[in-house]
Design a protein. Structure first.
Length: 616
């Protein structure tokens, strides 16, 4: 019998000279065996048929037919059509794939694929169903390719992968794909995987998370090339353990009930960043390229939240948070919404960041570790209200030390400080502009400026306020304070701290802290100054230190003090030229104008932290 059936199949294949593929159909599953690969087919005792190591029970076979279909190795196709779905399986992986179909709910059990030259299976999903799903179990890497798929699961996740290995979810170029899960279910997300998720492809993926998160991984998540739209989620837009990495593509997140992106540790101890992120469990977030836009309105929600560190190397971030404060039962404190939040350190070395916080006590950046800025452009605008109980609305807040060596920062807060660090602040380069109703720039520790261009404009307090010593060693500084007792450059003299000036170019509207040490140059004051007027500070008759526009705040201190290490002179009514910075309030060069009379700077009433002290 075995020999007879083998001979019969051989005759059938030889008789259909143009036929390329033998199709074995079992219900809605079709296994496709190219004639060139099929080899010997074994018929056993009238009960089973084995083709390419795939064993069929004869009573399960609906039909066997031959056609000219070209079969792609390692491919499994799932086509959804309303309340049904059909599956096609390439013959070379037929023995490793066990599909189960119930209506349009497709479950795949995948076994070992090592025999396929170490390659992996690609599952291509297409079609439409309002009552379907794709579920995958196993322990091997694979790709899930979305090729024009609209899929809603009214009873769980649209894609549910219990495989703990790396899964590529790829939207094919030119296709739009939309996934939705059920509401009030037990699933963790609309797209869920226990293992790593690599989101990629040059197509579009739209996701709705109606029970919890839109996308959830028990390991890391990365994004490359894809256009990903998170259109709603009860929980986070993207939630992962391990780390999150965005390499390129376009991600838009809105309508979420919690954070836009949240990266947590999987375990209890961080590995930190590893080489090529191999076996990394850090809770870190890496933004390396692409465009991310997040509009977050939930109370105390974050645009991006990292339990570990947050790094921005390149790309474009547009993040707006409008949620108000909320009480945290675990930490026993009120917390506010934040555009970028990290429990660890933050490093920004490139990219364009536009961050807005409009909610009550909201912040644009909150870093609980150290923060470094060496490149990129950051525009951080906080317009929410502040309250001593619920927290202060600030543009940038750092718990550890803050170091700025490059890039451009434009930070403004309408109801509190623009830039604040609870540690030391060091500025060695870059362009920094801070505008605030409280201190424009504040540090709990020492503050040091040795390079760059720094403008600090306060309409209600000190321009730059160090609760430790303040050192101006170089660079270009323009600080504006409110009227007395506030000062432009304020050191904590109440705690025997001091302002030390040994270099750089300085304009201080509101004067200097009492007892300031000025060396390697002389401080002068202008007889008067005019609001909204351009001035040029010169370190000699031909060398422009910088040009600046005086603000038009309702409350502004006097006098206007200037300092350079050369032969200081000042001109009013100049025309700025060269590089523009300080949000349009500064230039590297200027021309024209008329000379301003300068006189030696004398002491007078001033202010220190808390409103005491004197100007130098």
């Amino acid at each position: 019998m075995k020999q007879f059936f083998t001979l019969l199949l051989s005759i059938l294949l030889a008789g259909a000279a143009s036929a390329q593929t033998m199709n074995v159909q079992v219900g809605n599953v079709t296994y496709q065996f190219p004639s060139a690969q099929a080899g010997e087919m074994v018929y056993n005792d009238g009960t089973t048929l084995t083709v390419m190591n795939k064993v069929f029970t004869l009573t399960d076979i609906s039909q066997i037919y031959f056609d000219e279909t070209e079969v792609t190795n390692n491919a499994v196709g799932i086509a959804y059509n309303g309340t049904t779905a059909s599956v096609t399986v390439a013959g070379n992986v037929a023995q490793y794939v066990t599909p189960t179909i119930s209506g349009a709910h497709v479950t795949i059990a995948q076994s070992n694929t090592d025999a396929i030259d170490g390659d992996e299976i690609t599952y291509e999903l297409s079609g439409t169903s309002t009552d379907g799903e794709f579920a995958l179990s196993g322990s091997y890497k694979c790709t899930v390719s979305l090729a024009g798929l609209t899929l809603t699961n009214p009873s769980g996740a649209a894609i549910n992968i219990t495989n703990k290995k790396r899964i590529q979810i790829s939207a094919k170029s030119g296709t739009e794909n939309t996934l939705s899960d059920c509401s009030n279910g037990s699933q963790k997300a609309c797209i869920y995987s226990k293992g790593q998720i690599q989101l990629q492809g040059k197509g579009t993926l739209n996701v709705y998370g109606n029970t919890d998160h839109a996308i959830k991984s028990g390991d890391y998540i990365s994004v490359k090339n894809l256009t990903l739209n998170i259109l709603s989620a009860v929980g986070d837009g993207i939630n992962c353990n391990g780390y999150f990495q965005m390499k390129s593509g376009t991600v838009t997140i809105s309508g979420v009930g919690d954070d836009g992106i949240q990266a947590d540790l999987d375990g209890t101890t961080s590995t930190g960043e590893t080489t090529d992120h191999e076996d990394e469990d850090s809770g870190n977030v890496y933004i390396e390229g692409g465009t991310l836009t997040a509009t977050i309105s939930a109370a105390a929600a974050k645009g991006i939240k990292a339990e570990g560190d947050l790094q921005v190397l390149d790309g474009t971030l547009n993040i707006t948070t409008s949620g108000k404060y909320a009480y945290d039962d675990d930490d026993k404190e009120y917390k506010s919404s934040v555009a970028l939040k990290t429990d660890g350190n933050m490093a920004i070395s490139g990219g364009t960041l536009t961050l807005k916080a409009t909610g009550y006590s909201g912040k644009c950046i909150k870093c609980d570790g150290t923060m470094t800025v060496s490149g990129g452009t950051i525009t951080a605008t906080s317009t929410g209200s502040s309250n001593s109980t619920y927290g202060s609305a600030k543009a940038i807040k750092c718990t550890g030390a803050l170091t700025i060596s490059g890039g451009e920062i434009i930070a403004s807060s309408s109801s509190h400080e623009g830039i604040e660090t609870k540690g030391a602040l060091t500025i060695t380069g870059g362009y920094v502009y801070a505008q605030a109703s409280d201190d424009a720039i504040n540090s709990a520790g020492d503050m040091t400026v040795s390079g760059g261009y720094v403008m600090a404009n306060s309409s209600g307090n000190d321009g730059m306020d160090a609760n430790g010593n303040m050192y101006i060693k170089g660079g270009n500084v323009f600080a504006v304070a409110a009227r007395q007792p506030e000062v432009a450059l304020d050191a904590n003299t109440e705690q025997q701290k001091k302002l030390y000036i040994t270099g750089g170019n300085i304009v201080a509207i509101g004067g200097l802290e009492n007892g300031a040490s000025v060396n390697n140059g002389t401080a002068y004051q202008a007889s008067s100054y005019s609001k909204s007027t351009w001035y040029g500070l010169y370190s000699d008759s031909n060398t422009v230190a910088f040009a600046y526009k005086v603000p038009s705040n309702n409350s502004m201190g006097t006098p206007m003090v200037v300092y350079t290490t050369g032969t200081t002179s000042l001109k009013s009514g100049v025309t700025g030229s060269g590089t523009s910075f300080w949000n349009g309030n500064g230039y590297t060069s200027c021309s024209g104008g008329s000379s301003v009379t300068l006189s030696s700077y004398s002491s007078g009433n001033g202010g220190g932290p808390g409103g005491g002290g004197h100007r130098w």
